[in-house]
Write a protein that binds this ligand. Structure first.
Ligand code: 3AM
Length: 472
């Protein structure tokens, strides 16, 4: 009886607290909070974190943005029409299971097995609901942010102002470019002419966050290319598209998907890039088990891309397996520069809350000034995807996931005892809460874990197995 009473009292207490906390809150926030699964005890423990994540969620929850940052789901549990963010919360009871997915065993690295003789990888017993992309869309906070607190301002080396970012700054706010100004700027970047005369045999391969992706053949060279077609009217932050093309065009690297060309076709911007036939790393992590040698190989390739970008003062800000594409030969390349930020030595910190909730670094979620090391944190989360098939908290509502990132710190692994000490050390250096102590890309490239890397060709059987699993 005592238990029952105390439980009831607790609940009543919680209702009162919840009401007190949400009093004076915009209705939309109170509604989001109610469906977020953030318990009242959690709300009470860290109200500021709750307010931060609510603000972010609300400001990135416009109809336009739902369209832009939605990724099409392949999961059977996901409704066939694109759900709105509100649907995301309302259907949460349906798509969020009450139980944890079964543990996915990490296949031990077998040094004697060369890639050609490798046995087909074990297909992980991964339930369909964990493959949902419903929760894994990229987001950006479009609201202006408050002035930094004294402490934040003092710790930063400068103020931030991205192309298209509304970040805190002492200067007057940068005027938003008009649609005509954006078109004018794009005309100076794109090639003249009709791409339908240069490319043929268009085939749709997918619907991305900002546009539809096709494969096509370059008629002159016979090269297969990928073409992303973006409707300019439907882009809520058109400045980001300019950013995307310029960064891709100016930062060529073997570990970055190669930008080839771009065109304006009526209302659309077409971006032509190299085609990677192996699919995304998400397909591999959700459908197969990777061993440490394969994880080390992918991590090294991604780190090479990040070290290059950071050296050139670019923060990617949306590192996740969906944005890593694979070639059939096992090559690993980073893509989707739609959220990246160009920094300078004088203005090397940003504050815009941007990325995909589950992969976001704590300093982004708690709205501190941040730098390139946010990509290193996200790489650590991506390494967890390679071990467990999904990022931490994926079963949680995104709002609660943001709260947990803000308050829990370094996430825990499901089966840490299955990993080698050297791999655990690598993860700890990526997922270090203290940004100063977190390793930089150039340091991590020297980490002994990467010496375990198998040849890239060892990824081929995983790519084939993922493709095979997706056919069924
Ligand atoms: O729809 P899914 O997730 O299978 O991986 C990207 C995504 O696939 C793929 O197009 C879909 C929408 O973004 N994609 C994007 N760029 C690509 C490229 N350069 C690409 N696939 C191959 N090469």
């Amino acid at each position: 009886m005592f238990g029952l009473h105390s439980g009831l009292d607790n609940r009543l207490d919680n209702v009162v607290l919840l009401k007190q906390f949400s009093d004076g809150m915009p209705d939309q926030w109170a509604r989001l909070l109610q469906t977020s699964n953030i318990s009242v005890t959690e709300q009470k423990k860290n109200p500021q974190a709750v307010l931060d994540v609510l603000k972010f969620y609300d400001s990135s929850n416009t109809k336009d943005q739902d369209q832009k940052f939605m990724t099409v789901s392949k999961a059977t549990l996901v409704p066939s029409s694109k759900p709105s963010l509100a649907d995301t919360f309302n259907t949460q009871a349906v798509i969020t299971p009450k139980f944890k997915p079964p543990d996915i065993p990490v296949v031990p690295d077998n040094e004697e097995e060369d890639s050609e003789n490798a046995k087909p990888p074990v297909i992980a017993p991964r339930p369909d609901y964990t493959k949902s992309k419903l929760y894994t869309r990229s987001m950006i906070d479009t609201q202006p942010q408050p002035e930094p607190s004294g402490q934040d301002a003092a710790s930063a080396n400068g103020t931030a102002q991205a192309a298209g970012d509304k970040t805190k700054t002492e200067k007057p706010k940068k005027k938003k470019m008009t649609d005509e100004e954006i078109l004018e700027k794009l005309r100076t970047i794109v090639s003249v002419g009709d791409p339908n005369r240069k490319y043929n045999r268009f085939e749709k391969i997918g619907q991305g966050a900002s546009g539809t992706v096709y494969t096509a053949i370059d008629i002159a060279t016979g090269q297969e290319v990928a073409i992303k077609q973006m409707n300019l009217q439907q882009q809520p932050k058109k400045e980001l598209i300019i950013n995307e093309i310029l960064v891709m065009r100016e930062n060529k690297n073997p570990n970055i998907v190669n930008y080839l060309d771009s065109y304006l076709v009526k209302d659309e911007l077409w971006v032509v890039m190299e085609f990677l036939a192996g699919g995304s790393l998400t397909d591999v992590v959700t459908e197969t088990c990777m061993d440490e040698g394969q994880i080390a190989a992918v991590s090294r390739e991604c780190l090479q891309a990040l070290e290059f970008l950071h050296r050139n003062h670019v923060i990617h800000r949306d590192i996740k397996s969906d944005n890593i594409l694979l070639g059939m030969d096992g090559s690993v390349k980073l893509t989707d520069f739609g959220f990246c930020a160009q920094i300078t030595p004088e203005q090397n910190k940003r504050t815009t809350m941007v990325g995909t909730p589950y992969w976001m670094a704590p300093e982004v979620v708690t709205r501190k000034q941040y730098g390139p090391k946010v990509d290193i944190w996200s790489l650590g989360i991506m390494a967890i995807e390679m071990i467990e098939g999904e990022p931490p908290y994926l079963n949680e509502n995104p709002l609660r996931a943001l709260y947990l990132i803000a308050t829990n710190g370094t996430p825990e692994l499901q089966n840490p005892e299955k990993l080698s000490p050297i791999f655990k050390d690598f993860l700890a250096k990526c997922l270090e809460m203290d940004v100063e102590k977190r390793a930089a890309g150039c340091d991590l490239l020297q980490h002994p874990f990467l010496k375990l890397a198998k040849p890239l060709a060892s990824l081929q059987p995983l790519i084939l197995a993922a493709k095979e699993a997706q056919r069924h």
